[in-house]
Design a protein around this ligand. Structure first.
Ligand SMILES: [Mg+2]
Length: 371
């Protein structure tokens, strides 16, 4: 079998509705603004008619795909080296093409990807509800948390609205959000606190230490992305100054960048994304590193949620005990799939195959452009 073509498709669907709409302004859109679903997808075609597919793509990916033409798609390790050796430090096209190759291999072997990776290690994986796009007003957040606990989740992640530029009043707003959620859900629910949306580039380590200490009474499971991404020394100082574990790494790519985080000792949880860090091939190496360094791997996964779950179902629960579930964003990013894959009663069950088990639904495509 030979690869004959790589296509990148930009799809537009109907306007977003329901949980696909955000209650907060985000990404240049006003709260509740109903723009159409719009996503790109990458397809790897073969001379035997099988097609590998993944969410994401760009003109860069289309150009990188030329490196695959004429190659045997089952030689994934060789192809990863060929792509990365040519494209580094631009990892994203490598990641997306690698994901499409794993989907294709699953279709060739007629198996789900988690089986190709040696899984399953378990029948289900707990999900945590990432409340991106929900109102962060304390009362509304408390109500939404209770609603999702009643749906079976035992962990919720909230996004702080304020950073250091918002001063003392911002600290009080942040604390009020997490206090309200803790009071609503009781002591047994995990609460993760993500600082990313408030733009942590503005945060000094002194600010981060002060805010972390104010959050400690509410017993967060972790604080996420609290500081400028590359400033590992500040992460180390923060980790030494609070008893709350740190989670970060979604902006780090490849095993070599992740190793810098691990060597710093600041992270308890690392969060690279299959779409960005190098695909399944590289994420498998990163999982081995996480295990070696005694940290937990919880992939950042929005567009790549289903890809990540296949990896996690082939990793031990000690290294990968839970998975992220973007409650609202998945109603947007999964729009073009024929089926919707999400947790049931707070747990992900084994995903279907072959490959990653997803398929585009032609009925949802209003218009399409090939890049
Ligand atoms: Mg994150």
């Amino acid at each position: 079998m030979k690869i004959t073509n790589v296509r990148v498709l930009q799809l537009e669907g109907r306007p977003r509705s329901g949980l696909a709409l955000y209650e907060i302004a985000r990404g240049g859109r006003a709260a509740g603004e109903a723009t159409p679903h719009r996503w790109t997808f990458t397809e790897i075609e073969t001379d035997e008619g099988l097609v590998g597919l993944t969410h994401g793509g760009s003109a860069d990916v289309k150009a990188a795909g030329r490196l695959l033409i004429g190659e045997d798609p089952t030689r994934i390790e060789y192809l990863w080296e060929k792509l990365y050796g040519t494209l580094r430090p631009n990892v994203r096209p490598v990641a997306l093409l690698d994901l499409a190759l794993w989907d294709l291999l699953g279709k060739i072997e007629n198996k789900p990807v988690y089986k190709l990776l040696g899984g399953p290690t378990r029948e289900r994986i707990p999900a945590y509800a990432a409340m991106l796009g929900f109102s962060t007003e304390p009362e509304a957040a408390a109500r939404a948390s209770v609603e999702y606990i009643q749906k079976g989740f035992s962990a919720v992640k909230w996004y702080l609205p304020c950073n250091a530029l918002d001063g003392k009043a911002g600290i009080e707003r942040n604390v009020a959000l997490i206090r309200a959620v803790r009071e609503a859900v009781g002591p047994d629910v995990w609460i993760m606190v993500d600082w990313l949306l408030s733009n942590p580039r503005a945060n000094s380590v002194l600010y981060a230490i002060e805010l972390a200490r104010r959050l400690e009474p509410f017993n967060p499971t972790w604080i996420e992305e609290p500081l400028p991404f590359d400033d590992l020394d500040s992460h180390v100082k923060l980790a030494r100054s609070t008893r709350i574990p740190l989670a970060f790494g979604e902006h780090f790519y490849t095993r070599w960048q992740i190793k810098q985080i691990l060597d710093s000792g600041a992270a308890t949880v690392i969060q690279p994304d299959p779409n960005a860090a190098g695909g399944i091939t590289e994420m498998r190496r990163i999982a081995a590193l996480a295990s070696t360094y005694g940290v937990i791997l919880v992939p950042h996964a929005n567009e790549s949620s289903r890809n990540a779950l296949h990896l996690l179902f082939a990793q031990p629960s000690s290294t990968c005990p839970l998975a992220e579930w973007g409650v609202r964003i998945n109603h947007d990013v999964q729009y073009f799939w024929k089926d919707f894959y999400g947790p049931k009663d707070g747990y992900f069950e084994l995903p279907n195959g072959p490959g990653f088990g997803y398929e585009l639904d032609p009925e949802k495509i209003v218009s399409q452009v090939e890049l």
